[in-house]
Design a protein around this ligand. Structure first.
Ligand code: SF4
Length: 371
């Protein structure tokens, strides 16, 4: 059976034709350094061997778009403290469970010690657990970029409508444009040299393409929003090469089957009602970024786990030798970390970039460790 929008975007013959077009149009006298913002693109590039199809002077640089990877250890410590100090039921997506917190603790370890940690597949699961357990406090550990923010907003609206008083949200949602602005605004020696950006399609389906206009206008860099199938990525690379060659800097949309310039207005309205922008939020690797994270709006303060439960997480301890911060900034590649493959592997991850299914270290280990 052929799956529409899937098999047709994995066609090997079309991939070869796109790769040939890129080879024909790439100028051998210059470099093309393209940052894929999102970890989903990183995995697509490795999984389908896209880099090997392209000329050597065209290089991918991995960006910070992995929600698990950019969650700072302090926020993870906070979640652990919520689960242990208050005897709440903490609902989390599965890829957070093994991420090391301070002192090598994790959600999985405290679950083994008796904490009530539940793996959920959607925010609706957390609501259902709250309905089924009216005598327990249920906390949704909410993380992610604009892709996963609307479902959290929907859960909050439902919880308020149903007056689910035993439900609350520990909010760690972050904003894509703020992270891009941080990376592009860095100064030497932290500034990564780029010639173009591959923008994430799932985030852009929500926010649209307009929020990237500043990248083209202020930083003179071309942007192409693209999907996660191999033909999507190859076509976006060709579009970026053409912009680079023409000296153009525009925001273009390869993923027209789901992304518009304005985005999903209904989702934006739900988010705007449920969340306010924090003055500042700490990111792993990028540090404190102004107006880069969300908190619950005043209308939803009754559902804010940070207000409902005071915690004392203690001092945060970073993982010695872990290069996740430099990798998330595009300054280093995973094999440049001394721990990569020696002590840090998927079965014994030391940093978030090796745990997460979207992490760059996990992608290198899975697809390119033999190189
Ligand atoms: S290999 Fe492990 S320790 Fe090194 S940067 Fe990646 S996640 Fe961190």
């Amino acid at each position: 059976m052929t799956l529409k929008f899937l098999d047709e975007f994995r066609d090997p013959a079309l991939a070869q034709r796109l790769a040939a077009a890129i080879h024909a149009e790439v100028d051998p006298a210059r470099a093309y350094r393209l940052m894929e913002f999102c970890g989903g693109h990183t995995h697509a590039i490795f999984r389908y061997g896209i880099a090997q199809l392209l000329p050597p002077n065209l290089r991918f640089i991995h960006g910070p778009g992995c929600p698990v990877c950019v969650l700072p250890i302090a926020r993870l410590d906070h979640a652990l403290a919520l689960a242990t100090e208050h005897d709440v039921t903490l609902c989390s997506y599965g890829d957070l469970l093994r991420v090391p917190a301070s002192k090598r603790r994790s959600l999985l370890k405290i679950k083994a010690e008796g904490a009530d940690i539940r793996v959920i597949y959607s925010t609706q699961d957390a609501l259902q657990i709250a309905r089924a357990n009216p005598d327990r406090q249920i906390v949704l550990f909410a993380i992610g970029f604009e892709t996963t923010t609307p479902p959290t907003a929907v859960a909050l609206h439902i919880a308020r409508a149903e007056q689910l008083r035993n439900f609350s949200v520990f909010c760690n949602h972050v904003l894509t444009p703020a992270a891009l602005r941080c990376i592009l605004g860095d100064v030497a020696p932290n500034r990564v040299q780029l010639d173009g950006i591959l923008g994430p399609s799932h985030v852009s389906a929500v926010i649209g393409t307009h929020p990237y206009d500043f990248v083209a206008q202020e930083y003179q860099l071309p942007v192409v929003v693209t999907g996660f199938e191999p033909l999507d990525v190859l076509q976006a690379v060709l579009m970026l090469v053409r912009q680079c060659n023409a000296g153009r800097c525009a925001v273009e949309n390869q993923y027209t089957r789901a992304v518009t310039a304005e985005g999903n207005r209904k989702a934006q309205a739900l988010m705007a009602a449920a969340f306010d922008i924090r003055e500042t939020f700490a990111w792993r690797g990028l540090g404190e970024l102004p107006r880069s994270g969300l908190q619950l709006a005043a209308d939803f303060a009754d559902f804010d786990a940070e207000q409902r439960f005071a915690v004392t997480p203690g001092a945060t301890k970073e993982i010695a030798g872990c290069e996740c911060p430099a990798i998330l900034r595009g300054m280093k590649q995973p094999p440049e970390c001394k721990l990569f493959g020696r002590v840090c592997r998927p079965e014994n991850p030391l940093g978030a970039c090796m745990v997460s299914s979207e992490g760059a270290c996990a992608a290198y280990w899975r697809y390119r460790r033999s190189e």
